[in-house]
Every structure is written in C-alpha cells, then in structure tokens.
Design a protein around this ligand. Structure first.
Ligand code: TYD
Length: 204
C-alpha cells in the first residue's frame, strides 16, 4: 500500500459525513505527514465550476454522470494523484460511490455505463478506505430540514434517498474490504469512536 492513504466519505445527504471528516483529519494529523482535504464534485477550479452546474441546473441523468466524471478526472489529475504520489494522505468528501448511489441508484441510470466511465476516468485508482455513513432515509430527511437552501439533490423525496441508500449498500457489498459502515444514527461521540476504531484496525 502507498505511504499516504486515500480515504473517502460517503452517505446520503444529512448523514453527517462532512463533520466527521474533521474527526479523521485530527486523528491523522496527530500521526504526522501531509494531509490533503478535498471534495467531490469539486476540488479544482474547473471541477468546482462543474459542481455549481450539477447542483443547480436541470439535466438528464447521463449528462449528470458525464459532468461528475469530468470533474473527477480533473480532480484526480490535478490534486489526488499528485498528492498520493508525493506520499500525502487524501481525505475526500464523496467520490465515485456517490455516482453509483445517486446517478445509478437515485436516478436509475445504467450502472454498467458508470462502471465503464469509472475505468476510463480512474485507470485503476480506488480509495484505500471508504467510510460509509449509513442512516435511514427518514432520519436523514429530518436532519436536512435544517438546511436553508437545498440543492437539486437535497430537494428529492424520501424514495429517492431510499434508492441512493440501496446504491451504497450494493457498492459496499461489492467491496467489503474497502468499505466500513458507520452507524450514523448513534451520537456524534459514538460515531467518532467507531471511526477511530476502524482507522486503528487499519494501522492508521
Ligand atoms: P454534499 O457532498 O452533500 O455537499 P454539501 O455538504 O455541501 O451539501 O453535496 C454534493 C451533492 O452532489 C450530493 O447531494 C450528492 C451529489 N453527488 C452526485 O449526485 N454524484 C456524485 O458523483 C457526487 C460526488 C455527488
């Protein structure tokens, strides 16, 4: 395995993954070494522009998938691959599992096409560890009500998020070594403990 690790954070909107990214960052900082914190869609000037479009303009599922993969390609080329090559660890708020969950599960787009795009864009690059914040869609909907200006995804109904969750479940079942399921219904402290346990079990 590379000296730096590539760790991704996944889950339906409202599951709390972004705040726990900080838990992991603090944990890894104590161990030393360079840390790059980034997100998808986004992470480069071009990919952030594509993020704005994907989150706020109406489009069909194939267009959505092509845009998130275009953003991802730029992000990998400009940020992720160079960081891993120089030995840094990369923490990324969402990555390709989100495409399988949202465009594949949520929108019902053909996952065989997504799998092809994944091969073209990533050329074998995969996260070393994916923390999947799993939360029932009803509970997440309650948490999302606090969000003031929901984007195109956050406005979707509960059935959409049930399908997104099913998409994550499938991806986790296909890569059980890479995925760690975090029970996001627990208290923030308990979730943080779960995460630390998962990191330590992997020598991190
Ligand atoms: P999110 O990561 O939840 O950011 P914030 O915390 O600022 O709301 O928002 C990104 C949205 O983009 C989220 O609703 C899921 C969606 N998304 C996709 O549909 N496909 C993808 O491949 C990615 C990376 C994200």
């Amino acid at each position: 395995m590379r000296p730096g690790r590539f760790i991704t954070f996944e889950g339906i909107d409202g599951a709390g993954k972004s705040s726990h990214l900080q838990t992991v960052a603090e944990h890894l900082r104590r161990r030393g070494g360079e840390l790059v914190i980034t997100r998808e869609p986004g992470g480069t000037p071009l990919a952030e522009q594509l993020r704005e479009i994907v989150l706020h303009s109406a489009m069909d599922a194939l267009t959505e998938a092509l845009l998130v993969f275009a953003a991802r390609r730029d992000h990998i080329e400009q940020v992720i691959a160079p960081a891993l090559a120089r030995g840094a660890s990369v923490l990324c708020d969402r990555f390709t599992d989100a495409t399988f969950a949202y465009q594949g599960g949520g929108r019902g787009f053909d996952s065989a096409v997504l799998a092809q795009l994944e091969i073209w864009v990533q050329q074998g690059l995969q996260p070393d560890l994916t923390l999947w914040f799993d939360l029932p869609a009803t509970v997440a909907a309650g948490r999302r009500r606090a969000v003031r200006a929901p984007d195109r995804f956050e406005r979707q109904d509960e059935a959409f998020f049930e399908r997104v969750s099913a998409g994550y479940r499938q991806r986790a079942a296909a890569s059980p070594q890479r995925f760690v399921r975090v029970d996001a219904q627990r208290s923030p402290d308990e979730v943080a403990e779960q995460i630390k346990g998962a990191l330590e079990a992997r020598g991190l």
